[in-house]
Design a protein around this ligand. Structure first.
Ligand code: ATP
Ligand code: MG
Length: 411
């Protein structure tokens, strides 16, 4: 992993060497420089250059015109991918997101000045020397998120930066300057210009990151979540003071201790006191996939059921029959005290109708009635009897129990 990072970095320097040999200025910039100085794993490398996109395309044999409008060309070199962007400055904004025109500016300073935070404004030249025009290294060392320029102005230009501020603060364990925090509070309303998909992906990255508990706390306290384009469920993010806090309950594990991101989401939503329906709405509004929505909502539904009943084996089993074994596994991952539930779950071998030793058509035949919706009710009843240990999962006993239930008109 560390070796791969070194190799990637070296390959990035090679790309800027090729550009320099052709008479252009070129630097490694942004997140890769920050991550390298922090000693964090590198995932991608961005390069800023004085070369125009068509010049970049002419120099490297394998390129993809990813974002020509913004001056970005993807370069494939040495088996790796690099985003190469012509120095630029963004002038005039019509809304809070899109620059009207991207003027190519033959200058590194302007390129770095348009970047969001000082820690993201560092560049590295061919010799590995750091170009630090906005004191980014000091802020990295001190653990501070500071805007390049005036925070309110920068957030006004592009509201997504507000979510990025919180993501970086949580991810690196950094503090925001007071002006960044005030900028967030002051410009929160501008978030209505950001597509819900972007909001969802930023928040999701925070959830998957190193300190989702802190990220959620900052998101709620900042008031940002109450200002997004499409309303999110009141219980989860509402404007009422009580809803603007994130306090973990002791019955649940810290979000950061939970392995999978979907389970972290479910734990967060459940502790906010939201329903499974609200969980689904939140997922849909944040543009999550249907698969994730189903999983998150099932774990929340499981939690609701367990919270509403006494902590007994039978309630646990019923919740498994209703929401499925997978939801039970996710729920166990959310809570602090997993015993004796874990044992109960292991002992429970039959949790679906398909696992019963008699099939629906056999049961219908033995009862002597034409198949219909009543068979599903019968199967569910039998499943409950078996799961709660009141009936063995054997064909004869199931057929006998089916006949009894049918005769007494219980199905
Ligand atoms: P990560 O990839 O870990 O999210 P990053 O800083 O690399 O962090 P990217 O979205 O990959 O983030 O952007 C690369 C660089 O582009 C940033 O480091 C920053 O300099 C600049 N940048 C990205 N988004 C913005 C923005 N909304 N406003 C200003 N500059 C930005
Ligand atoms: Mg990046």
């Amino acid at each position: 992993m560390a070796d791969e990072g070194e190799a990637l970095w070296a390959a990035g320097l090679e790309v800027i060497r090729i550009l320099r040999d052709r008479g252009h200025e070129a630097y490694l910039v942004g997140g890769c420089v920050r991550d390298r100085l922090l000693g964090r794993p590198l995932h991608d490398i961005d390069i800023a250059t004085s070369a125009l996109p068509e010049e970049v395309t002419g120099i490297f044999p394998r390129t993809v015109p990813t974002g020509l409008k913004h001056g970005t060309v993807t370069v494939l070199e040495g088996g790796r991918i690099f985003e190469v962007t012509t120095f630029r400055t963004e002038s005039r904004y019509s809304d809070a997101r899109r620059p009207d025109e991207v003027a190519f500016v033959d200058e590194l300073r302007e390129d770095l000045a348009r970047r969001d935070f000082t820690i993201n404004s560092l560049a590295v030249d061919l010799n590995g020397e750091v170009v630090d025009l906005f004191d980014g290294r000091k802020d990295l060392a001190d653990g501070i998120i500071r805007c390049v320029g005036n925070a309110s102005v920068r957030f006004g230009e592009d509201a997504l930066r507000m979510l990025r501020a919180i993501r970086f603060a949580a991810e690196f364990g950094f503090d925001m300057t007071l002006t960044v925090w005030r900028g967030l509070r002051g410009q929160a309303e501008r978030l209505r210009f950001v597509a819900m998909e972007r909001v969802g992906s930023e928040w999701d990255r925070m959830m998957a990151g190193s300190d989702p508990d802190r990220a959620c706390g900052l998101l709620l306290r900042s008031g940002l979540l109450a200002c997004v384009k499409e309303p999110l469920p009141e219980t989860v993010v509402g404007r009422k003071a009580a809803n603007m806090r994130w306090r973990q309950c002791e019955e649940y594990r810290s979000l950061r201790d939970i392995g999978e991101t979907e389970v972290r989401w479910a734990a967060f939503i459940a502790q906010k006191g939201a329903s499974a329906e609200e969980a689904r709405l939140l997922c849909r509004t944040l543009r999550f996939s249907g698969k994730r929505e189903v999983r998150i909502a099932a774990a929340v539904a499981f939690d609701r059921k367990m919270m509403m009943s006494s902590p007994e084996r039978s309630a646990f089993i019923t919740a498994i029959l209703d929401s499925g074994r997978a939801a039970a596994v996710d729920w166990l991952e959310m809570i602090s005290h997993q015993q004796p539930y874990r044992e109960w779950l292991t002992e429970l071998t039959v949790t679906t109708m398909g696992q019963l030793a008699a099939k629906g058509d056999e049961l219908a035949r033995s009862v002597g009635k034409p198949a219909g919706p009543w068979v599903a009710h019968l199967l569910r009843r039998l499943l409950e009897e078996v799961a709660h240990g009141r009936l063995p999962n054997e064909k004869d006993s199931l057929l006998r129990a089916a006949a009894e239930l049918a005769n007494s008109n219980k199905v």
